[in-house]
Design a protein around this ligand. Structure first.
Ligand SMILES: [Zn+2]
Length: 307
């Protein structure tokens, strides 16, 4: 069966200002690369139901977020999280992309999905926009899988180079989830050490130093695979950031584009027998446009090959 790309033009209209690394060109670069292929289905996001939103974020935060989009110009939600008038549609469609992806997988329209979205989501906490992120898109997916489709063991593998403090905040108190992250440490946003185990021992955080090579990364990644096999997830989510690439300007890992094929392949090889290949991957970071497009394409190669 096929792999779907969930994408909307709204992602190109979420303006963050000149010089901001999280820019519309990121999605455009990946889209141009993926549009050259003929082995993908393309679909638009659906709406995210309010009850799923309010299971993921506090009602007060959702109200504040809804009212925070400016009529014109830019507004800063924190030091580096910027929104513009058209950001509202992008923010809610990014969350809604996971809804379409999950419904399509459940209806057997396609096997797995890559949500080609922005803004990213893994730094958005229950009650706080942070680090370019407004909504935990992976958290939305988790809550939808549990409440609509009764999944019990959802694993989220976050290979963005930054720790997904937002995903952790949303998932730590949920017994039906396992949040796993590999990330540079010490580094933004802080946290993500082996002390962060979740409320039910349902989180594995693997901090790695600046300069981590491919070999060192994959040695550590064996711990991710072992934990996944032990957990036997019934659905897999990826928080797919590509900023661990050696060319990325924001971080100092040394991975190459092909390594993102390998990360994906190894994860799916370990989990497909439990998940029946059901995977939703959501774009997070990645700030060198060439590296980002190449790496995302490698990730999609493995989604197609192992679906
Ligand atoms: Zn990142």
């Amino acid at each position: 069966m096929k792999t779907v790309i969930i994408n909307s033009e709204s992602y190109e209209k979420h303006i963050t200002g000149d010089g901001h690394p999280e820019q519309p060109k990121r999605v455009v670069a990946i889209k141009e690369k993926l549009k050259k292929r003929n082995d993908l289905i393309w679909q638009k996001p659906d709406l995210v139901p309010y009850d799923i939103l309010s299971m993921t974020h506090s009602k007060e935060y959702i109200d504040n977020l809804n009212n925070s989009f400016p009529q014109k110009g830019l507004k800063f939600l924190d030091g580096d999280t910027v929104v513009s008038p058209d950001s509202k549609k992008a923010v809610f469609e990014a969350a809604g992309s996971t809804i379409r992806a999950i419904d399509g997988i459940e209806k057997k329209e396609f096997k797995n999905a890559f949500c080609l979205t922005r803004p990213p989501g893994h730094h958005a906490e229950k009650s706080k926009a942070m680090g370019f992120c407004c909504i935990s898109n992976a958290g939305i997916a988790m809550n939808y899988l549990i409440s609509k489709y009764n999944y019990k063991r959802i694993a989220c593998v976050d290979f963005d180079v930054h720790w997904g403090n937002g995903n952790y905040d949303v998932m730590r108190s949920n017994k039906n989830s396992l949040y796993i992250s590999t990330h540079q440490y010490p580094f933004y946003p802080g946290g993500g050490t082996d002390k962060d185990k979740g409320d039910f021992n349902n989180s594995l955080n693997i901090p790695l130093p600046a300069g981590t090579s491919s070999e060192e990364y994959f040695n550590a990644f064996d711990r991710v695979l072992n934990r996944l096999v032990e957990y036997k997830p019934d659905f897999l989510l990826f928080s797919a950031g590509f900023d661990a690439h050696k060319d990325d300007p924001l971080a100092q890992f040394q991975l190459c584009s092909k390594d993102f094929y390998e990360i994906t392949k190894r994860t799916l090889s370990a989990t497909n027998k439990f998940t029946d290949g059901k995977v939703v991957s959501i774009l997070e970071g990645g700030y060198d446009l060439n590296a980002l497009a190449e790496s995302a394409n490698e990730h999609v190669n493995a989604l197609i090959e192992f679906n």
